[in-house]
Design a protein around this ligand. Sequence first.
Ligand SMILES: Nc1ncnc2c1ncn2[C@@H]1O[C@H](COP(=O)(O)OP(=O)(O)OP(=O)(O)O)[C@@H](O)[C@H]1O
Ligand code: SF4
Ligand SMILES: [Mg+2]
Length: 386
Amino acid sequence: MAEPSKLAKDDEPKDDATPNVSEVETVDVTTEEEAVAALDATVERGEPILQVRNLVKHFPLTQGILFKKQIGAVKAVDGVSFDLYQGETLGIVGESGCGKSTVAKLLMNLEQATAGEIFYKGQDITRLSGRALKAVRRNIQMVFQDPYTSLNPRMTVGDIIGEPFDIHPEVAPKGDRRRKVQELLDVVGLNPEYINRYPHQFSGGQRQRIGIARGLALNPEIIICDEPVSALDVSVQAQVINLMERLQDEFNLSYLFIAHDLSIVRHISDRVGVMYLGKIAEIGTDEQIYEHPTHPYTQALLSAVPVPDPDAREGRERIILTGDVPSPANPPSGCRFRTRCWKAQDKCAEEVPLLAIPERFKGTDSPAAHESACHFAEEKDVVHAA
Ligand SMILES: Nc1ncnc2c1ncn2[C@@H]1O[C@H](COP(=O)(O)OP(=O)(O)OP(=O)(O)O)[C@@H](O)[C@H]1O
Ligand code: SF4
Ligand SMILES: [Mg+2]
């Protein structure tokens, strides 16, 4: 894709020493009023705004038509922990089916977690209800992958973007809505006069801008972006990514940016988490993950990313991932990646590797000193695909 301009490095809220999982400072509230008031608190740039702990989502596998019997579970998300810092973009990458969208839906409360906690400003949102939950829903918004199916074809753009105001009239009272929607159209680079048009009268890129405008309508603090540019042409992808970067700056947004395209994720992210079969395999700054990966799965994924410069490929080893991704209903024992890992040993089948900074890099300033869920984590020069 064409290179959109990246945020100035000075603006990036994180440095290499920021932990991926920091201590949760829970907020003690006894009444709904107190809970709502605490959700209005301002989080300083670079402080954790969302803290996900041991998040689990198992979908029951059933048999039988009339009398459904549970015969197992799809372990879509199986113990995921990370922090999202105010003002940053945390990228999540991984192959199809590794649980990325399920994480997004859990954060949006569209699915109920089987276990685990999601702290937003120190309150576990999996336990909130009533006005407090409504306040959270206003502050955490989502932009979906497919701009063709995520917009109702029978609604005008004005109604689509303004729909969230029906649930949250306090953000834009009735008489003020048209002006507010036109402002939002302008913010995302669309002509405010398009307010009465229907989705089919726009291109894919324009429709994604409409989706973004809708996501911005309630002045959220966090936007969960699930493959927001995957359905777009390469040239349009760059424009939408540029727009998202500009909006992040302008509105002080934090992004969780999910995608399977490693180049796009690197471009927009401050930190990146790599998921495999419902777990995080490795997490760190974009430089740590892309230049100094220590997990064999990340190394294999990067090895498949084309690099045009032949000099950069010289002397490096190309890793080709073999075998299919195992079923999340029956993941391998120990390390989930072991059935495809060229380094697997007996220990890998017996012990689940924890996501942690490898012992020998702890306390060093090596770029390999970031969290990796591998018993034998080490750096490796990988050749990128031609
Ligand atoms: N409602 C559901 N019921 C049963 N299984 C589900 C459900 N939703 C997702 N799954 C399963 O959970 C696993 C993770 O799915 P998910 O959609 O989170 O993956 P993903 O990483 O977003 O994949 P993709 O890149 O293809 O979008 C998959 O095996 C999927 O089949
Ligand atoms: S723990 Fe073992 S199987 Fe898993 S990635 Fe590391 S070396 Fe490979
Ligand atoms: Mg998905």
